[in-house]
Design a protein around this ligand. Structure first.
Ligand SMILES: [Zn+2]
Length: 299
């Protein structure tokens, strides 16, 4: 993997932008742990076999919306469609991390724009040619929130869009996107990121940030984040914010995240292994005494 481009330059004095925003990928090559999606998408872009409509599904915080923006960036790059946006043209600059957004890429939060009127409004907007770029691209986030009537009002447009229109639906619940819409999309399922991949990514990010993190901390962060990149970065953000000059210590991490100290767990496992109830109970008591919930101790 190439070293991460440092996001530090965009950090303002006294203002901390969330890691998730600062390191948000703006090319497919930088998306973490979703190669089963990004590689075929890049191949489709290279061979100019791009669909009219896409459905990106999967757990929260795994890169669906980010990838939708990247796909839009690939499609509308002046030198594209391409699997690797040039990064220089007006569209690429506007759609880059920290950019202003492009007038030809419309992001719609379907959670709050889910009715028939919104669908009609979208239909009207789709009728207009792009203002500058190749395509008018509609990204519908939380697409499962669109009502059945809303979807029905969109059906014909998604089925036979004008040549300049592309749709990207993103959702955590693809089963709630009505079948007639779903069957007209290319469906790419995103997944939780495997712990090893996520740990490696967080380590590179800490290196880029110049933050020292004690051994054993990042696996805890990954565990707390449950395989979601966004949640893991949010946890790491908090640990870094509360760290002193010595960096993020293991002690600080376990107390903040509510995990049981590995040594404590080892004691408990050894006690169970040796069927030694007498020493297991004091171990549990020690855990509770430190304010550790019994449930994580068992898990
Ligand atoms: Zn470009």
């Amino acid at each position: 993997m190439p070293p991460l481009a440092s996001g530090a330059a965009t950090r303002l004095k006294g203002v901390t932008t969330a890691l998730y925003r600062r390191y948000r990928p703006d090319t497919f090559a930088d998306v973490v742990g979703q190669e089963h999606v990004t590689e075929p998408l890049m191949q489709a872009l290279r061979s100019d076999r791009v669909a009219h409509a896409y459905l990106f599904s999967g757990p929260r915080g795994c890169g669906k919306t980010t990838s939708a923006r990247i796909l839009a960036r690939c499609l509308n790059c002046e030198k594209g469609p391409t699997d690797t946006p040039c990064g220089q043209c007006p569209s690429c600059v506007e759609l880059a991390r920290g950019g202003s957004g492009s007038v030809d890429v419309v992001e719609i939060d379907a959670a709050s724009h889910n009715g028939v009127d919104d669908a009609r409004d979208l239909r009207e907007r789709a009728a207009f040619a792009p203002a500058r770029d190749r395509y008018k691209i509609f990204i519908l986030d939380e697409a499962h929130m669109v009502t059945t009537q809303g979807f029905n009002a969109l059906l014909k447009l998604v089925e036979e869009p004008p040549p300049h229109v592309r749709f990207i639906f993103a959702t955590t619940e693809p089963d709630k996107v009505i079948g007639t819409i779903r069957s007209r999309t290319h469906h790419y399922p995103f997944r939780l990121v495997p712990p090893g991949v996520l740990t490696g990514y967080l380590q590179r990010l800490c290196d880029a940030e110049g933050v020292t993190v004690a051994s054993g901390v990042l696996p805890l962060v990954v565990r707390a984040g449950g395989g979601s990149v966004r949640d893991s970065l949010s946890v790491l953000d908090q640990l870094i914010a509360g760290s002193g000059p010595e960096g993020v210590t293991y002690e600080r991490a376990i107390s903040l995240l509510g995990f049981t100290d590995a040594t404590l767990l080892d004691d408990a496992v050894a006690a169970v292994g040796g069927a030694d109830g007498a020493s297991l109970l004091p171990g549990v008591a020690r855990g509770i005494g430190r304010g550790t919930e019994p449930a994580p101790l068992r898990g």
